[in-house]
Design a protein around this ligand. Structure first.
Ligand SMILES: Cc1ncc(COP(=O)(O)O)c(C=O)c1O
Length: 396
């Protein structure tokens, strides 16, 4: 029998999706499920984006340029300028989601056995992208007690070796909901410059900054042109996860030229979805105002309800739409599965993401879950009540 690669065997399963068979069985058994496990927003995609596809009059659905359509990249650059990010269209490569932008970034800057430092808990697929690129993730732990703020910069410095090529942050954070301050970004900027490293910032949740805080991008930081790589996506901003459009942005010309070779190898990002994404850039500010208001309401209700449960600890998110919740259980994998298999309140249960998969340090985060507040307020209240009732009877 032909054998599977070692790399293939090492590829981690998605911690978010691994409970799906149990959820499917629960539904077959007649239960309804509140899905708090996955960041698929229930917010409507802007009409302008969907209309652009309906209006398109295409005879041949051709490849686009490997770096993405020039008109689209011009419009993205204008969008960034509005956010005080001064980049040109040729600093941008359009990708098949932020996921592909991350893969191109990893492929362009790291060789097998190189190291990347990432504050954990982090977006679980960073593990997958690292394994696919043969790169080692070196975690630096951030704590629920500090709301998952940036760990002390000395903690990063201690981990830097001759193999270290980059620091990767997610801002605002999935799964933490933490929004890094300008001062925290500047500390990171100083350390990457000192050690000649890349700073990759996954900014796919940029618009989702709450409580009057503004997002500070690594691309706004002066003197970081050679080091900064920004990852972006339309998935969450416009609730267009299925469009599969993102981009990689950098002022470092060699990086862009290298990433372009990866882009050429896969020929083109999706043509039709670029039409929708280009139109999405005309989405009025009122759309975002409404969406942000909705998420803030959801967050407040969720945190408020969770804090009422004895033994539960939760970090209050300042951005994105996730939070990490510490539960009075030993193993949240078992708890999440048990919720689906053995528990319901009036025929309803919840699906949560066990947080262990968001850490790469073994054994950390086992009593935590990640909640995505992508459901309506009434559903969130019901879902938290189910967790509360479940904790009353659950035994590890
Ligand atoms: C932090 C973060 N980065 C990147 C992605 C990838 O998004 P996409 O490939 O849909 O653009 C996601 C998706 O959930 C995410 O949460």
């Amino acid at each position: 029998m032909p054998t599977i690669s070692e790399k293939g065997q090492l590829m981690p399963q998605s911690p978010i999706r691994k409970l799906v068979p149990y959820a499917e069985q629960a539904v077959k058994n007649g239960k309804s499920i509140y899905y708090l496990n996955i960041g698929q927003p229930d917010i409507k995609t802007p009409k302008v984006a969907l209309q652009a596809i309906k209006n398109s009059n295409i005879d041949v659905l051709a490849y686009s340029r490997s770096e993405g359509s020039e008109v689209y990249r011009q419009k993205i650059s204008a969008y960034y300028k509005k956010h005080d990010i001064n980049v040109n269209h040729d600093d941008i490569i359009v990708t098949t989601g932020g996921s592909e932008a991350l893969l191109f970034a990893f492929g362009s800057i790291m060789d097998v056995d190189d190291e990347i430092i990432i504050p954990e808990p982090f977006y679980a697929n960073y593990n997958g992208f690292s394994t696919a690129s043969g790169v080692k993730v070196v975690p630096v732990i951030s704590k629920i007690e500090d709301n998952f703020a940036l760990p002390p910069i000395e903690a990063f410095e201690k981990l830097i070796t001759s193999k270290t090529k980059a620091i990767l942050i997610c801002n605002p954070g999935n799964p933490t909901g933490y929004l890094y301050s300008k001062e925290e970004i500047q500390k990171l900027a100083a350390i990457v410059k000192k050690h000649d490293l890349f700073l990759i910032a996954d900014e796919v949740y940029r618009e989702f900054a709450y409580d009057g805080n503004t997002h500070y991008s690594i691309m706004q930081e002066a003197g970081l042109d050679d080091n900064a790589i920004m990852i972006d996506s339309v998935s969450k901003r416009y609730s267009m996860c299925g469009a599969r459009i993102g981009c990689l942005v950098s002022k470092n010309k060699s990086l862009i030229q290298t990433a372009l070779k990866f882009a050429q190898a896969r020929l083109s990002p999706p043509t039709l979805a670029q039409i929708a994404s280009e139109a999405a850039l005309d989405t009025p500010q009122s759309y975002f105002d409404d969406v942000i208001e909705e998420y803030v309401d959801r967050r407040n209700i969720l945190i408020n309800e969770l804090q009422k449960i004895e033994g539960v600890k939760v970090a209050k998110p300042k951005g994105a739409f996730y939070c990490i919740v510490e539960l009075p259980v030993k193993n949240s994998d078992d708890f999440a599965q048990w919720l689906l298999e053995h528990f319901d309140v009036d025929g309803e249960t919840v699906m949560v993401a066990p947080a262990g998969g968001f850490y790469s340090t073994p054994g950390v985060g086992l009593n935590q879950i990640r909640i995505a507040y992508v459901l309506k307020k009434e559903s969130l209240v019901k879902a938290v009540n189910i967790i509360k009732e479940a904790l009353k009877v659950y035994t590890d």
